[in-house]
Design a protein around this ligand. Structure first.
Ligand code: FE2
Length: 244
């Protein structure tokens, strides 16, 4: 694919073909009624691809990419958006009065920072050695100190939820949507989530529990790969070539 230089909503040059991004997020992208917000979601993934060196959002892996090759990050985003959309529709049917566009946009973009956390073909280790116990990719980064006793892993600058917040604000998303992206993960436990952010967090978590683990073949007896204090898959990963 020939990279195409285009301008996003903030005038920054990007290198990913906008129709490629739109296609990778469809048809769920059309659940967002506001055309400007739809465009900002596309801009967010364009910027993510630019920062992470991906030619398409479909190339960004999930944590389970080794076990489930078909489970790209965009598949997770789209299916989480469908779950969140169903939830917010039901809640609003009961009179909750939530912003449906914010929920869908926040859900479809909640992991947009993963393409920056895990740059394309960047060596690193996938482990849960951080204090929260969450599965985290520690990529090799010459600008950051190396992890002790590791040759292909460095301290992280930030996790994907923080990169996602940066991207959301950069492309001019509403601050409420940026909050949903920032608060979807464990970091959000540190402050109050809006009700829209709670819907996205729950949709995200139920996807992992019911879809990924089930497809992995271990659900319902699965041991969570994110069990605190347990180092798992602690080896060098290469998205294109697979594990060493
Ligand atoms: Fe997620």
């Amino acid at each position: 694919m020939d990279p195409v230089n285009q301008q996003n909503s903030r005038g920054k040059l990007i290198h990913v073909d906008r129709p490629v991004v739109t296609k990778s997020l469809s048809p769920e992208l059309d659940l967002i009624k506001d055309s400007k917000l739809r465009q900002q979601v596309v801009d967010a993934f364009s910027l993510c691809c630019d920062m992470g060196g991906y030619e398409s959002p479909d190339d960004i892996p999930t944590e389970v990419f080794e076990q489930l090759p078909g489970f790209s990050n965009t598949r997770h985003q789209r299916e989480t958006a469908r779950i969140a959309y169903a939830m917010v529709k039901e809640l609003n049917g009961l009179g909750a009065g939530l912003n449906e566009d914010y929920v869908v946009a926040g859900a479809i973009a909640h992991d947009v920072g993963k393409g920056v956390e895990w740059k394309n073909n960047q060596p690193g280790i996938l482990t849960n050695i951080n204090p929260s116990g969450a599965g985290t990719f520690y990529g090799e980064n010459p600008n950051m100190p190396p992890l002790p006793n590791e040759t292909h892993a460095s301290y992280q600058i930030a996790r994907h939820s923080v990169w996602g917040f940066y991207i959301a604000m950069t492309v001019g998303m509403p601050e409420h949507v940026a909050h949903i992206i920032l608060a979807h993960s464990l970091e959000g436990n540190l402050y109050l989530r809006t009700r829209e952010a709670i819907v996205v967090k729950e949709a995200d978590e139920i996807w992992w529990e019911q879809i990924a683990h089930q497809a992995y073949g271990k659900w319902p007896d699965v041991d969570s790969p994110f069990e605190k204090g347990k180092v798992y898959r602690k080896r060098v990963l290469d998205w294109k070539r697979g594990p060493e």
